[in-house]
Ligand binder design. Structure first.
Ligand SMILES: Nc1ncnc2c1ncn2[C@@H]1O[C@H](COP(=O)(O)OP(=O)(O)OP(=O)(O)O)[C@@H](O)[C@H]1O
Ligand SMILES: [Mg+2]
Length: 252
C-alpha cells in the first residue's frame, strides 16, 4: 500500500519480507549463493517423509512462523517416530508445511545488522549460551526458552553480548551474515540467526528482516540488546533505522 501511495517506508520490501517468511525459499537462495545452511526437506503431507535418509537428530519447525511459535523441546527429534509425530503436529496445528532440518549442534548467535550498501554495520554479536540453560532443557532457543523460562519477572540470563569469539570466527560470522543480508536484499535493518555445524562452520538458521524490538531490557529482545552494546539507546536505534531509510530514498 505504501508503495502504491508512493510513501517512503523503512525496512525491507514485500518481496524480501515474503521470501524470508518462507524459510525454505530463503534457504534455497542461500544455497544458490553457497551460504552454509542446514540440509532440509519440506513436508507438505505425511507421505513426504517416507524414505528420507537424513541423519538424526533433526529439528522440525513450521515453515513460516517467528518468535519460536511451534518450536518446542519436542521439535528436536531423534528417531522416525518422533519425526512423524512432529510433522503431524505442524501440519494439523499450524496448517502449513513442516520444515525438517539437520540439527546444527554448535554455538548459537544472533546478529543485528543496520544500514545499507557500504555503510552496512554489523552490531555486536549475541551468543545464546546453552551452557547456562537448565540441564533438562534441550539446546534450542525454543518457545519454552523464549516465553516460559524467560519472562520479565524471571531473570533468564543466557545471553552474552558481545559474544566471546576469536577474531577468525568473528570475521567469518560477520562475513556470512553480511552476504546473507545482501543476497536477500534486506534494507535498513535485520536480525540474522546463526549456528555452528559439527565442523564449526557458521550456518544461517534464518533471517528476520522485521526483528522484534521490545524496549524493556528485561524482555531480552535481541536487536535492542545488540544496539545497546554498540552504545545506542533505544531511541538512537530507532533513529538509525529511520535515517538509513531516509538516506536510501535520497531524503536527507
Ligand atoms: N537447523 C537447526 N539446528 C539447530 N537448531 C536450530 C535449527 N533451526 C532452528 N534451531 C533452533 O530453534 C530456534 C528457533 O528457530 P528459528 O530461528 O528458525 O525460529 P523463529 O521462530 O523464526 O525464531 P525468531 O524468534 O528468531 O523469529 C533457533 O534459535 C535455534 O535454537
Ligand atoms: Mg530465530
Amino acid at each position: 500500500m505504501l508503495e502504491m501511495l508512493q510513501l517512503p517506508y523503512s525496512g525491507s520490501d514485500p518481496l524480501t519480507l515474503g521470501i524470508c517468511l518462507d524459510k525454505s525459499r530463503a534457504k534455497e537462495i542461500l544455497t544458490y549463493h553457497k551460504i552454509p545452511n542446514a540440509k532440509f526437506l519440506v513436508a507438505s503431507r505425511m507421505k513426504d517423509i517416507t524414505g528420507t535418509n537424513f541423519e538424526f537428530p533433526l529439528i522440525v519447525k513450521p515453515i513460516s512462523e517467528g518468535s519460536s511459535k511451534g518450536i518446542f523441546s519436542s521439535s528436536f527429534v531423534k528417531n522416525t517416530k518422533e519425526l512423524e509425530d512432529e510433522v503431524g503436529r505442524i501440519l494439523t496445528s499450524y496448517n502449513q508445511p513442516a520444515l525438517i532440518e539437520e540439527f546444527l549442534p554448535g554455538r548459537e548467535f544472533t546478529v543485528a545488522v543496520l544500514g545499507n550498501g557500504d555503510e552496512t554495520e554489523v552490531l555486536p554479536i549475541i551468543e545464546i549460551r546453552y551452557e547456562d540453560f537448565p540441564e533438562d532443557v534441550v539446546p534450542l532457543y525454543s518457545y519454552e526458552a523464549k516465553w516460559i523460562l524467560d519472562t520479565k519477572e524471571n531473570n533468564f540470563d543466557v545471553f552474552e553480548c558481545p559474544a566471546k569469539l576469536n577474531k577468525q570466527l568473528q570475521e567469518k560470522i560477520k562475513e556470512t551474515v553480511l552476504r546473507t543480508y545482501n543476497v536477500l536484499k534486506c534494507k535498513d535493518w535485520s536480525r540474522i540467526d546463526v549456528r555452528l555445524d559439527k565442523n564449526g562452520v557458521s550456518n544461517i538458521i534464518e533471517i528476520n528482516p522485521l526483528p522484534g524490538i521490545m524496549p524493556d531490557p528485561n524482555e531480552n529482545s535481541s536487536f535492542p540488546k545488540a544496539a545497546c552494546a554498540a552504545g545506542m539507546d533505544y531511541n538512537q536505534m530507532i533513529q538509525r533505522v529511520l535515517y538509513s531509510a531516509a538516506k536510501r530514498y535520497g531524503l536527507l
